[in-house]
Design a binder for this molecule. Structure first.
Ligand code: NAD
Length: 432
């Protein structure tokens, strides 16, 4: 199948590479010339485990191409996938649809034979109708169907998730469109759940899922606060809860709050849609408010640990919003650092993958270290903000010898509390 993908970000690029690997002819389109020039020159533009190798393989085998030209990418395509950003609107916090609307309008004039236009971006319910209207207005003769094809990949596992999806949800209102998507996902037939639903249901499934996971994280964080007051240990509590298959053991890790390019914006967009439709969704509101407070609380906890020290030096391990990615968008680390900078904290940070992306967001307001031990030199507190497995290997004896004061605020419960205490650290984890 010939596939044109609009947007080569964290969703578009792994999707393009994955579909090429399945044997499709894929053209990835992006309006940022710098991205396309880099990809054409064989340079991958984001970090995802296993992506680079598959990218080179499929470029070499002639199935994967890159262009800034909508005409080149769309004209021959059987399927066009829209994977542009839907960031929060700066004022209303609803999903800002300007990139979707622009993509729909730009692609319309190049549609020739029957084409399925699939929206992979996370979009408000009813967007399929809007995209359909925009295309029909620009190109009244176009023969096309608009399908909702929400993406459920996890950053850091995008390649794995592409080839091993939990489920494929398709919101298509015509048989013809459903058949095109069935053909695309034929390699997954019998291996995963394929759910064909109404387009509006499909659009809602994505928001309902992300909001649910955000609420689950908020819940376990509140439970961690409760454990801190009562002497229970949240890791034991979460383990006990997770053994109940009705609850499940995932998303029960307490931490500094959820972040990333999806949960914060999707919960806000869902809350906006609820307001627009006069539906009171109190759980989502609570998660949004609680999550904002959470990051403030973590910053306060770090400052409290060094309150008696003049001009304390803070070592931060972890900048990405989670492990396995270089994505710092809405990362709790970015917000916590922002709070610490408000009181002129002196911060040195290290992240295995996200230092370049962090610099794009906060520049040189903090210092960057070459490795985790460099970050610790003369520090008065170590704050662990991302759950990189590398940080688990931190030699606490060496860490103790490098730091000026032995304080650890472990916002991810990565380190062994007893080992830290045995090495002279004042150790604070989460909920234990
Ligand atoms: P991104 O910002 O990484 O990438 C979007 C890309 O689209 C950018 O490269 C941008 O230049 C390009 N673009 C925007 N308008 C364009 C246009 N008119 N023509 C060509 N290119 C255009 O975004 P992302 O993280 O890949 O997310 C894309 C969508 O997928 C969002 O709606 C997001 O909510 C959803 N989503 C993201 C994830 C994730 O883990 N990042 C997971 C599931 C769903």
């Amino acid at each position: 199948m010939k596939v044109g993908i609009i947007g080569t970000g964290y969703v578009g690029l792994p999707t393009g590479v994955g579909l090429a690997e399945l044997g499709n002819q894929v053209i990835c389109i992006d309006r940022e010339p710098r991205k396309i020039e880099a990809l054409q020159a064989g340079k991958i533009t984001l970090y995802e485990d296993g992506l680079e190798e598959l990218f080179h393989k499929n470029v070499k085998e002639g199935r994967l191409h890159f262009t800034t030209s909508m005409k080149e990418g769309i004209s021959d395509a059987d399927l066009v996938i829209i994977a542009v950003g839907t960031p929060p609107h700066p004022v209303t916090k609803e999903a800002d649809m300007k990139y979707i609307h622009a993509a729909a309008t730009e692609l319309a004039e190049y549609l020739t034979d029957y084409t399925v236009v699939a929206t992979k971006s996370t979009v408000p319910v009813g967007t399929g109708d809007v995209v359909e209207g925009l295309i029909a207005k620009k190109n009244p003769n176009a023969d096309f169907d608009v399908v909702s094809l929400p993406e459920f990949l996890r950053e850091g596992f995008a390649v794995y998730d592409f080839f091993h999806p939990d489920r494929i949800v398709v919101g298509a209102n015509t048989e013809k469109a459903r058949n095109v998507i069935k053909e695309l996902y034929k390699p997954f037939e019998g291996k995963t759940n394929m759910l064909f639903v109404k387009r509006r249901s499909s659009e809602t499934i994505k928001y309902a899922s992300n909001a649910f996971l955000a609420i689950k994280i908020h819940y376990i964080n509140e439970m961690a606060n409760f454990c801190e007051k009562t002497g229970a240990d949240i890791t034991e509590v979460a383990k006990g809860m997770g053994l109940d298959t009705r609850i499940g053991n995932r998303f029960l890790n307490p931490g500094p709050g959820y972040g990333g390019s999806c949960f914060p914006k999707d919960t806000m967009a869902m809350a906006y849609m609820a307001r627009q439709n006069d539906v009171d969704m109190t759980l989502i509101k609570a998660a949004i408010d609680g999550n904002a407070k959470r990051k403030q609380q973590m910053a306060e906890r770090i400052l409290e640990s060094v309150k008696s020290i003049e001009n304390p030096k803070i070592a931060v391990l972890g900048l990405a919003f989670k492990d396995g990615t270089d994505d710092c968008r809405e990362s709790p680390a970015m917000e916590i650092i922002g709070n610490l900078l408000e009181v002129n904290a002196n911060i040195t940070a290290y992240d295995p993958k996200a230092m370049v992306t962090s610099k794009l967001l906060i520049g040189d307001k903090i210092k960057y270290a070459e490795n985790m031990y460099d970050a610790l030199k003369d520090a008065d507190v170590l704050a662990i903000l991302t759950e990189w497995q590398e940080f688990k290997t931190l030699n606490l004896q060496k860490a103790a010898s490098l730091m000026r004061h032995k304080n650890i605020v472990d916002c991810r419960n990565l380190l062994n509390a007893d080992t830290a205490k045995n090495n002279g650290f004042k150790y604070q984890g989460i909920g234990r």
